[in-house]
Design a protein around this ligand. Sequence first.
Ligand SMILES: Cc1cc2nc3c(=O)[nH]c(=O)nc-3n(C[C@H](O)[C@H](O)[C@H](O)COP(=O)(O)O)c2cc1C
Length: 155
Amino acid sequence: MSSIQIIVGSMLGGTEYVAEACEEVFQNHNHTIDLHLMPKFSTIIDQSFQDDPSEKVIWLVCTSTHGAGEYPDNLKAFADDLLNTDQDLSTVNFLTIAVGDSSYDTFCKAGKDITKLLISKGCKEINSILTLDMSQEIDPEDLAQQWIETNMDRI
Ligand SMILES: Cc1cc2nc3c(=O)[nH]c(=O)nc-3n(C[C@H](O)[C@H](O)[C@H](O)COP(=O)(O)O)c2cc1C
């Protein structure tokens, strides 16, 4: 069993649907999940480490990109706190699902940036980032669910 924190960056709501679809997959595998639509770093740390210390800590970051390659507004404080923390995050294992639009030069930059930041803080990437191009994908929720399933043996 793992303790799973789903961290959502979204402005228009589309990425929330992707995150909720992933939550369903984890629920089907009987994991403990907290879904953070307004992610607060201190809360996520508390919930990651509060329970059974033998539980594996997993973070799934699902984020869109806005502005010119920027984090969605609701993820900015989390990203700042992550950048500035001294907390030991070496036991955090993570996956990133980046939602974007390939017509932008900065395709999925927020997801790519948060991935680099997590790695720089010692977190372990379970699998390479999944990018979802909303200008092409017909069913991004389904793709995200399939991808989570393929990672399940590492969670
Ligand atoms: C103002 C604006 C700026 C955007 N900038 C980017 C960008 O730099 N890179 C990218 O990949 N997608 C960009 N997008 C596309 C969004 O990431 C995409 O529409 C996504 O599905 C929005 O997700 P959300 O509904 O969760 O906010 C932008 C969209 C808008 C409206």
